[in-house]
Design a protein around this ligand. Structure first.
Ligand SMILES: Cc1cc2nc3c(=O)[nH]c(=O)nc-3n(C[C@H](O)[C@H](O)[C@H](O)COP(=O)(O)O)c2cc1C
Length: 188
């Protein structure tokens, strides 16, 4: 990681460290898209500390296959789109959990020319299976069968998606302000 990237990550820590959910950033321009940032909430959820920076986040999948979700992540990242998938992950203790991952490639942000943000939300097994059933029905029949999602779960998922979208807007605004301050807005 360059000094410039390190300075950038230090400067956004006061923002991302306060988001009430787990957030990670990966540099999509580096080989195997390594994790370059994790917030405290991600550490609390997974038990991973800064020693895991520099590795692709798939290490959380351990022995799980997650084939469909992984294919969807690869598709979205290469198309520059956002997506959300359910993955089976393991904490550093070995305990399995369901991770609803919101992921989006943001293009150039700060000194990173293609940055991706991931937001990890733990789901209980019954919630994860409901979300997976809903996604499967949508894929098979081309309709959103949102009615199978419990009302409370749907509200929580929407709230989390809103927090992620707001965080992305804050990151992008921060970037513009920083470029104005350093006089680099028109250069990049
Ligand atoms: C920003 C970001 C965060 C990610 N977070 C997770 C995660 O929390 N858990 C996980 O299993 N995979 C996560 N991934 C997905 C994997 O890193 C990888 O992209 C996925 O497994 C598909 O690639 P593969 O088939 O080569 O493994 C994340 C990816 C990115 C870019």
């Amino acid at each position: 990681m360059t000094d410039e990237t390190k300075d950038y990550l230090d400067s956004i820590e006061p923002i991302l460290g306060r988001v009430p959910y787990a957030i990670t950033l990966s540099d999509l321009t580096l080989p195997d898209q390594p994790l370059i940032y994790m917030n405290r909430q991600f550490f609390e959820m997974t038990g991973c500390d800064a020693n895991y920076l520099g590795r692709n986040c798939r290490f959380l999948q351990s022995d799980f296959d997650n084939e469909d979700s992984r294919a969807e992540i690869r598709r979205a990242l290469s198309a520059g789109e956002r997506t959300q998938v359910v993955l089976q992950n393991r904490r550093m203790t070995g305990e399995a959990f369901y991770n609803m991952l919101y992921i989006q490639s943001l293009g150039p942000v700060g000194p990173v020319s293609n940055l991706a943000m991931g937001a990890q939300f733990e789901l209980a097994e019954t919630e994860a299976l409901t979300v997976l059933r809903d996604a499967k029905a949508t894929k098979m029949w081309g309709i959103r069968t949102r009615s199978v999602l419990d009302h409370g779960l749907r509200i929580r998922l929407e709230q989390r998606r809103t927090v992620m979208e707001s965080t992305i807007r804050v990151l992008k605004s921060w970037d513009v302000m920083h470029r104005i301050k350093t006089g680099t807005l028109l250069k990049g």
